[in-house]
Ligand binder design. Structure first.
Ligand SMILES: Nc1ncnc2c1ncn2[C@@H]1O[C@H](COP(=O)(O)OP(=O)(O)OP(=O)(O)O)[C@@H](O)[C@H]1O
Ligand SMILES: [Mg+2]
Length: 464
């Protein structure tokens, strides 16, 4: 979707209800807001005062909120529009128009232009009807800008919406865009679920607390007393708690999202290792895989939970590819040289966003000048970013990573075996563990050749 389509959509919407077309101020406000301009900048553009534009703006948001059945403000306008245009997707294929969201081409039904019913969480309303969603997604961040990831969105949709897999994972390096992808996915498919629950595990809550919260959330007001009566059922045994939880997950179609799952794992040890206090998460994830239900638990992590090993429904998120150009543009950098910059920084949006201010400040936003000065520069922000990931490694992994890092070319397992003093078993364990952290990428040059492994150039730079 571009701004002209959006203006047409808004104009039709307002004309249908008021009989008046958008005036020039309203158009300027919508256009400016879409491009993230401040009221003062919009006012300058249409030769007016900030106060006047602000007044027109608040009337406009009020009218649009009434027409759309959800609160629209300047700060959420863009995401509200995008969500509105995609939230009616029930089939990515049939009888559709094509609409672009960022550079994602998503097929959207014609009736998408109808105002949507309000789909807010409402504990008191009946559960289980498609329009009535029970949702607890306060923990999910707002996503105002989203580029690329078309095939990843389709994989998630296939596994979660179509195939109704019980356990799905999104894995990838820190800052690669896991959370952002999941938020966008949720926006696209939320109408398929009766209950949606999002929790970040970054502060390491015990499994019991999260399960109890989830159970409280899923229990309709009528069941609440019976399910979690503080006097008698409040402290349920793990068996009882899980039995009730799984009953709810079987009865309703729920999407449960646990973000920042890596916070559960022990630092300084092999990846995905639970300390004793978090073992219950492991059994929860294992049991969930076995349950025959329409609900899904989506785990988002920079360290692979062992329960995801061998599961097909696991997305390994790589760099942004072509879409990295949009991040670079948004950061206000010159276009020329963007491809090399994106490749050097692994297409990792956080890495690109971290280095951009340095390029803007010291190189007058010229990527080419920056690359000439140093193609893999790490500023303090980036070092801090990478330090957190590297500090989580075990000694064995660090030894292996440093060894691979010292090589100019990707290396094969047999070469590593010959060059390193690690036992064959330890070497394989360390390799798998680094893969579980998305730190090792494997390349199959040719079917007949041995696989070779490489690491991101920026991580090499950090380890120097
Ligand atoms: N597809 C995308 N389009 C635009 N911006 C993106 C995209 N993916 C990620 N970003 C931006 O990159 C940054 C990091 O994204 P995000 O927080 O989703 O990464 P993450 O993999 O969840 O990181 P962490 O492992 O630290 O939780 C955010 O500022 C986000 O807005
Ligand atoms: Mg995240």
């Amino acid at each position: 979707m571009d701004i002209n389509e959006l203006l047409r959509f808004a104009d039709e919407l307002i004309f249908d209800s008021t009989g008046k077309h958008l005036d020039l101020y309203q158009q300027a406000i919508l256009r400016g807001t879409w491009h993230r301009k401040k009221y003062s900048e919009i006012a300058k553009k249409c030769n007016s005062t900030k106060g006047h534009v602000q007044n027109v703006g608040s009337d406009l948001w009020r009218t649009m909120s009434n027409l759309l059945g959800e609160e629209v403000r300047k700060s959420n306008f863009r995401s509200a529009m995008e969500r509105l245009l995609v939230s009616n997707i029930d089939n990515f294929g049939n009888n559709v128009n094509s609409i672009y969201i960022g550079d994602i081409d998503i097929n959207v039904r014609k009736e998408i232009y109808q105002p949507l019913p309000v789909a807010e969480a409402d504990r008191d309303s009946a559960r289980g009807t498609p329009q009535t969603q029970l949702q607890d997604i306060e923990d999910a961040p707002d996503v105002t800008c989203f580029w690329g990831r078309k095939s990843e969105l389709h994989s998630l949709k296939k596994w979660i919406v179509d195939e109704k897999s019980s356990l799905v994972g999104i894995l990838g390096l820190s800052g690669i865009g896991k959370t952002t992808l999941a938020v966008r996915f949720l926006e696209l498919v939320r109408d398929n679920f009766e209950c949606i629950f999002w929790r970040s595990l970054r502060f390491g809550p015990p499994a019991k607390d999260i399960e109890t919260e989830l159970l409280k959330f899923l229990a309709a007001p009528t069941d609440y007393e019976e399910v979690l009566d503080e006097d008698n059922g409040g402290d349920l045994s793990i068996y009882e708690r899980r039995r009730k939880l799984y009953d709810y997950l079987k009865k309703s179609r729920c999407l449960i999202i646990f973000d920042d799952v890596e916070a559960l794992f022990t630092k300084g040890e092999l990846s995905g290792k639970y300390p004793p206090e978090y073992q219950e998460y492991s059994s929860l994830f294992q049991e969930i895989v076995q349950i025959n239900m329409d609900s899904t638990l989506l785990l988002i992590s920079s360290e692979k939970p062992r329960e995801l090993t061998g599961l097909r429904d696991c997305l390994q998120l790589r760099g942004l590819g072509e879409a990295a150009r949009e991040i670079i543009r948004e950061e206000g950098l010159s276009d020329s040289g963007w491809r090399t910059l994106a490749s050097n920084y692994g297409g990792n949006p956080s890495w690109l966003k971290s280095i951009s201010p340095t390029i803007a400040n010291l190189f007058n936003s010229s990527i080419e000048d920056f690359l000439q000065y140093s193609p893999f520069l790490l500023n303090e922000k980036l070092k801090e970013f990478l330090r957190k990931d590297i500090q989580r490694l075990s000694t064995m992994e660090l030894e292996l990573l440093s060894h691979i890092s010292s090589k100019a070319e990707p290396v094969s397992l047999s070469r590593l075996r010959a060059e390193m003093s690690l036992s064959p078993g330890d070497l394989l364990t360390a390799m798998e563990s680094l893969q579980g952290r998305s730190l090792l990428e494997e390349i199959l040059l040719d079917e007949s050749e041995e696989k070779v492994f490489k690491i991101q150039p920026l991580i090499k730079e950090y380890l120097k």
